[in-house]
Design a protein. Structure first.
Length: 194
């Protein structure tokens, strides 16, 4: 038996909860790897909304989709994920975050606890029953531990009646390896759209 690596497990969780024809969100587009993966899962009849605050990331993601002829399946948005509710009103089947900075770009432009939590809150109310939000938490960079702790504190306090929260982490790896937090909605909440 081989334990799934962190990125592999994140993909597995998304593929388990998102079906062909559904809506998904990539909250941190970056170089577009996750947007492309979600576009493949949702198929021709589904759609992906992908967010990033850097034009560089928007361009990289758009180009990756075009290269794979999947650009019609995604809307790539130059705005912070904390504003997701401005753009997405449909029920979503799943969402993914890769926290931290854009590899190969300015390491000072990072996700932050405050806006990440705002985005999670908005996404939770759009999430279908048994849908999932997957966060890959990188915390080795400056500011990473503050965000990690804020997010862990927030998700640990989500009501058990409505959500199951999982942490998937290798405990004996050096150099602050990334880990996963996944939130599954197990019951409809009073703030879900009717
Ligand atoms: C670790 S990278 C994402 C990597 C990406 N998933 C990929 O496949 O390449 C984190 C990204 O989050 C973006 N970001 C930072 N704050 C953000 C915010 N408030 N809303 C959306 N994206 C944000 C950064 O610009 C950066 O591109």
């Amino acid at each position: 038996m081989k334990l799934q690596r962190v990125l592999q497990y994140a993909k597995f969780l998304l593929a388990e909860s998102i079906e062909e024809g559904e809506i998904a969100v990539d909250a941190t587009a970056g170089n577009g790897h996750d947007t492309l993966y979600l576009a493949e899962i949702v198929g021709e009849n589904g759609h992906v909304y992908s967010f990033d605050i850097q034009q560089e990331a928007i361009d990289a993601t758009t180009n990756r989709l075009i290269d794979h002829q999947l650009d019609k399946r995604a809307t790539v948005i130059l705005d912070g994920h904390q504003h997701v509710a401005k753009y997405v009103t449909e029920t979503i089947a799943g969402a993914v975050f890769n926290l931290g900075y854009l590899p190969g770009a300015n390491h000072e432009i990072i996700t932050t606890g405050e806006t990440t939590i705002q985005a999670i809150e908005s996404l939770l109310s759009l999430l279908k029953l048994n849908g999932i939000i997957v966060l890959v938490i990188y915390h080795g960079h400056e500011g990473g531990k503050t965000e990690r702790d804020a997010v862990l504190n927030y998700v640990s306090n989500l009501p058990q009646k409505y959500f199951q929260v999982l942490k998937y982490e290798f405990l004996n790896q050096k150099n602050d390896p990334p880990f996963i937090v996944a939130i599954e909605k197990t019951r409809k909440t009073h703030f879900d759209p009717k």
